[in-house]
Design a protein around this ligand. Structure first.
Ligand SMILES: [Zn+2]
Length: 102
C-alpha cells in the first residue's frame, strides 16, 4: 500500500488523501469478503492502523491532513481543500515575513 498523499500543497503543509472504500474500511461501504476472512480482517485492519499512524506523524510535523472517502463527490472534496489551503498560506507567509514593528 502507498503511504504518500494523493495531493500535497507543500508551502502550506496540507496533505490530501483519497481513501478507497474497500482498502481503508469505509464505514458505509466496506464489506468483509466471506472467503479468507481472517486474511482480510488483518489486512484491512493494518491499513486503517497505518492511516492513523500516518495522520499522527504528519500532524506532529505541522501538516493539515484532509482525508476523503472515494465515494464522496469530487466537487465536495475540492471545495473543502480550497477552503483549507488559503488561510494556511497566509499563516505561512505571515511567519516567513514577520511584520516590522517600529
Ligand atoms: Zn465508501
Amino acid at each position: 500500500m502507498r503511504r504518500t498523499a494523493d495531493m500535497v500543497f507543500r508551502p502550506t503543509k496540507v496533505a490530501v488523501f483519497i481513501d478507497g472504500c474497500f482498502w481503508h474500511g469505509c464505514p458505509e461501504h466496506f464489506v468483509m469478503p466471506k472467503t479468507n476472512r481472517l486474511y482480510w480482517e488483518e489486512k484491512i485492519g493494518r491499513n486503517i492502523q497505518r492511516d492513523r499512524d500516518t495522520d499522527n506523524r504528519l500532524t506532529e510535523a505541522g501538516w493539515l491532513v484532509l482525508r476523503f472517502w472515494e465515494h464522496l463527490e469530487p466537487e465536495a472534496c475540492a471545495a473543502t481543500v480550497i477552503e483549507a489551503v488559503p488561510p494556511r498560506r497566509q499563516e505561512v507567509q505571515a511567519s516567513k515575513h514577520p511584520k516590522m514593528t517600529s
